[in-house]
Design a protein around this ligand. Structure first.
Ligand SMILES: Cc1ncc(COP(=O)(O)O)c(C=O)c1O
Length: 380
């Protein structure tokens, strides 16, 4: 058995102290001890989202929270813009159509960011559009969409802005209240350094108003029901107690890592070092604009299937990076910088990728990527 290294953009490594914090004898989810834990989780999440809004916790993966942002805001027949610059953007259309809403697809070429003016034009042309759905970080391409600017566009319209920050929250700054973001969604298994299983939704005043008239069917993911129960520090259903204990520990881990802003800087440094390695290999980023700091998407050399790079690392070294999805499959591989990934995990990943590229026949100077990244880390 080999030591497994997680360098894919989710799930990311969980700090050992957090694993231990979760390995405690189970307490009951209706006990007074757990109510106290739930209250601390609610307060801690507000700090991470940088909001005074209620942040709901769901026991699901991130997609559950995405679905809730369709079913709790819209009614069948309602129109909403789905910004589709990758696999996760396309998921908005699937969700909207599953509930009989009309998706207005704003297709953005993969590797590029949406232009806020294009969203403004669509909203101006049809004031009945009720929502704009977007990813902060489109994990399938490594591109960050301009969320602050999109919030300026939706601010004075009837439409709410729904931001999927599943891979962005905790990787770089997404200040919910400062930017006026109506709904922000995240999940436990990426920059928040926990196992999969928790999803979060911050709900602002404009979204709360829209919620009141929404007629899409909903049951487990009812915001109204959860807002009522979670205001009493409990979930409507059975809460995953160990994940809550883990999240409380993560709040302390974040403080020990120097706070969120320091984590953002460290993530950016790992990203800079990794991207320098990519340049040293003579390879291109897949993200042609707004390349995020949370992860890097790399175009495989001509003649090499990116899935073979991913497979090489997995089978030979038990290092998990991600391949491309859908139209990017075989063309790119993706490496995370978010969460509990150190400089040396990053160097290890770079070194392993070099061995894979060389093994697969790519001609380059072995060690050039490691040296480029070391230089960046060394000068920091
Ligand atoms: C941006 C983004 N949105 C949504 C999801 C879906 O989350 P989950 O797989 O937790 O349902 C992911 C997962 O990779 C993601 O990166």
């Amino acid at each position: 058995m080999k030591k497994v290294s997680l360098l894919a953009p989710g799930p990311t490594p969980v700090p050992p102290r957090t694993l231990l914090a979760m390995a405690q004898p189970l307490i009951h989810h209706r006990s007074s001890d757990f109510l106290e834990i739930f209250g601390r989780v609610r307060e801690g999440l507000k700090k991470i989202f940088k909001t005074n809004n209620d942040v709901l916790v769901f026991c699901s993966s991130g997609t559950g929270a995405m679905e809730s942002a369709v079913t709790n805001l819209l009614s069948p027949g309602d129109k909403a813009i789905a910004i589709r610059g990758g696999k996760f953007g396309e998921r908005w259309t699937e969700l909207l159509e599953a509930y009989g809403c009309q998706a207005i697809n704003l297709d953005v070429p993969w590797g590029y960011a949406v232009k806020p003016d294009d969203v403004a034009a669509l909203l101006k042309a049809d004031p009945s559009i009720k929502a704009v759905y977007v990813q902060a970080l489109e994990t399938s391409t490594g591109v960050s969409h301009p969320i602050k600017e999109l919030a300026q566009v939706t601010k004075d319209t009837g439409a709410v802005l729904v931001v999927d920050a599943v891979s962005a929250l905790g990787a770089y700054d997404i200040p919910t209240d400062e930017w006026g973001l109506d709904v922000v969604i995240s999940g436990s298994q990426k920059a928040l350094m926990l196992p999969p299983g928790l999803a979060f939704v911050s709900i602002g005043p404009k979204a709360l108003e829209m919620m009141k008239t929404s007629k899409c069917p909903k049951f487990y993911f009812s915001w109204a029901k959860e807002l009522k129960t979670q205001s009493q520090n409990k979930g409507a259903f059975t809460s995953p107690v160990p994940l809550f204990l883990g999240l409380l520990d993560i709040f302390e881990v974040i403080d020990e890592m120097g706070g969120l802003d320091n984590i953002f800087e460290e993530t950016a440094l790992k990203s800079k070092a990794f991207k320098a390695a990519v340049a040293a290999w003579g390879l291109e980023l897949y993200s042609k604009e707004n390349a995020s700091t949370g992860l890097t998407a790399v175009e495989a050399p001509a003649g090499i299937d990116a899935q073979d790079v991913v497979g090489w690392l997995k089978n030979k070294y038990a290092i998990f990076i991600a391949g491309g999805q859908a139209q990017a499959k075989g063309k790119i591989f993706r490496v995370a910088h978010m969460g509990f990934i150190s400089e040396f995990d990053t160097l290890q990943g770079i070194s392993a990728i070099e061995m894979a590229l060389a093994g697969l026949g790519y001609k380059f100077e072995m060690g050039a990527g490691v040296a480029a990244a070391q230089k960046i880390f060394g000068e920091a």
